[in-house]
Design a protein around this ligand. Sequence first.
Ligand code: PEP
Ligand code: MG
Length: 910
Amino acid sequence: MSTKYVYFFGDGKGEGNGKMKELLGGKGANLAEMVNIGLPVPAGFTITTETCTHYYANNKQFPAELKAQVEEAIKKTEKAMGAELGSKTNPLLVSCRSGARESMPGMMDTVLNIGMNDDTVQALAKHSGNERFAWDSYRRFVQMYGDVVLDLKPRSKTERDPFEVALEHKKEKAGVTEDNQLSVAQLKELVEEFKALIKDRTGKAFPTDPMEQVWGAIGAVFGSWGNDRAVVYRRTYGIPHEWGTAANVQAMVFGNLGDDCATGVGLTRDCAIGTPGFCGDYLINAQGEDVVAGIRTPLRIEETLAKDMPSAHKQLDDIGIKLEKHFKEVQDIEFTIQRGKVWMLQTRNAKRTGFAAVRIAVDLLEEGLIDEKEMLAKRRIPADDLNQLLQPIFDPASKKVAEKEGRLLAKGINAGPGAASGKIVFFADDAEKMFEKDPKTDLILVRRETSPEDLRGMKAAKGILTAFGGASSHAALVSRQMGKACIVGCGALDINYEAGTITVGDKVLKSGDFLSMDGFTGEVFEGKVTTKPSEVIQVLITKTMKPEEAETFRRFDKLMKIADKHRKLRVRTNADLPNQAEEAIAFGAEGIGLCRTEHMFFDHLDEIREMIVADNLEHREKALAKLLPFQRKDFAGLFKAMDGKPVTIRLIDPPLHEFLSDAHLETDPKLADKLAKWSGKSVEEVKKRVEELHEFNPMLGHRGCRLGIVYPEITRMQARAIFEAAVEVQKAGVKVFPEVMVPLAGFAAEFKNQEKIIRETAEKVFAETGTKVEYMVGTMIEIPRAAVRADQIAENAEFFSFGTNDLTQTTLGMSRDDYGPFIGFYRENDIIGNDPFQQIDQDGVGELMKIGVERGRKTRNKLKIGICGEHGGDPSSVMFCHKIGLDYVSCSPFRVPIARLSAAQAAVEG
Ligand code: PEP
Ligand code: MG
């Protein structure tokens, strides 16, 4: 049997239906569906996406069966519409429009008014009783066909569209300003001029045979699947190139026949903030592309249509209600009003902001249109979009002004969502000082890159902007943890610390100048753009708003509670400080999945440096003893804040040179002397020790448990601080549950070594204090060997936590700090689909995780397993974690709601 390539719709019945999006594309499937539910849709047919894939696989040839199927469908369309293609008395005109499985708005081509020639134009004039309309349609057709099918485009970047130039000349000569002021005679001249232009520039005669025109348009629509815009769009939104588009050939209806006609695009509810009610744009006496092209300013449906065309408004309103009931989703529609009757040309699920997504989902639930599981659907509320409800936002009007004034400087990787405006500051300690002096100063810390030492400056800044680094660089992950706007890898910025300048093209900005950064989009602006805090933050964090006053919060909260009801994964947070933990709890965190203890050391650099330069155990222990009370206090703070929820504390992880290196000695000339005095060594000896610490590949160097194995006294001090704090807090009547975590273990022996020290220390503290606390000892799985030998490691480890930042860099052999320069190229050239430091590389790193889970649980079947790499807050990664059976994900506080929703989406969508 031959393949069916063409699906007819019309006369009250569609051969396809709304479920056939893969084959018919979104537009084709929904046109059929609308016909099937009795809505007024001009007849036509859809040529399948398979035809498009055949076309590309066969050197741009159509399948042999297509011709007969298209001809038959044209006949059916003619019959349904009571008009004939090419008829000299009652001609049918058709459109040919693209329509992929997922909408790619404006990326592909459309041809309208197909079927016009010198004969049909006369017939159309007579039949419609409107000669001007007929010639205007013909003029539009020649122009559009010339551009889209015959490829008459400007020859250079600077050349203007030749059709537009001809049109403008005509208007000038006629002494008019608007297209619709041209006379019939002038339109006739234009048609001839356009045809001559096409012949002259392309060497092709304009086709007069309507069927030839139809085939030309079908070829152009399929061809537009491969145009550059479409390719880039697919790459950006992860749409596979193999899908192909469908082509929809459909009878034309006319919005430009007179003042009882109109064309428009509408939404069944507002999609910026989600307010119910039909809304949108329309133009009286116009064709569809006029609305989109912005030649005339459209009118607002919700403001004036009821007055202008009451019957059409009522028809549209009823259609909107019927569509929402049927699709259970907000619809984005295209329509034409022809002599008072509404015709539907398209409907699709509307794209919306995060604000609108939440409001619409909750409203539809409350209106009884959908149930809880449907409400949680990923396509309804992409979990990442919740960010928009949490972060300060730029006042859209202010951003527009900045763009208009040419203040958009550059674009980097949008690593930490949010909007921030502030004064440029290049050094962390300057930021800190300025902040101390005036906590109201808004600062943007601009660095080539950041290091853990910049932490305090980062805390003081409103936003962090770096020229280098990727999405899991230090700057990015710390900013996200702090909930700050952050843009990294903004290579266009030439930062000169000495001169205190940023140069972008011919612009030079100085320290103290204002800069604004949109962490949602990665855009950096010169000067101020006004921001405001989100309502959700005002209720949960700053407590400057009461929940009952906050409508956005009410819906957000309802959504979160429903998500919690359905999810299986638990959600924890990565937090090092009590205030971060408190924020995370406000966002719904159920524990701490990662406390990076070294962040605490950066507040006590003197003591840790003293420990580093010491060359004997006794001296090292003396220095560590100074650190003990600080760590104990910090841990006690965390335990109190978490109030019985599990707290995973990871032992020291970074190489020691992050605390003391040549660079530190250089920037602080007194440091070497100070260290010499403390350690009883000469300055030379101190310098030598610092030199010894230098590593060529620090990420693969002396770090993680390797530190605690070589210097067991560090582990002993940290374990003591943890257990003493736990005992103290438990004694004060607060429940505690510490989980001590060993970093970077690859050999079971490494884990056992550290475990022994931890357990011995615990027993000692319990004996000394006469109090026991419940605790666990586990490990991170962050190098491939640990995943592969999870069976051996699980013999002793009571829990696993996948450190997917390190696991990604060690599995891919790709440094998380150095992948910035090539990752953009890789993505643009489809070498890899996603940034592996943002979304788990499921085929590679994910396989290792699966192995780790399987083998770990083979040894210990109830093994608790989580993830604490940055991926723990990424929706697709959270869904993957659900699939492979993890118990929890842990992410930065501000991503907790996103993880909660993603976990629920994983549970309801399986
Ligand atoms: C990890 O490697 O995923 C992790 C959480 O540890 P860090 O980012 O501190 O190396
Ligand atoms: Mg790590």
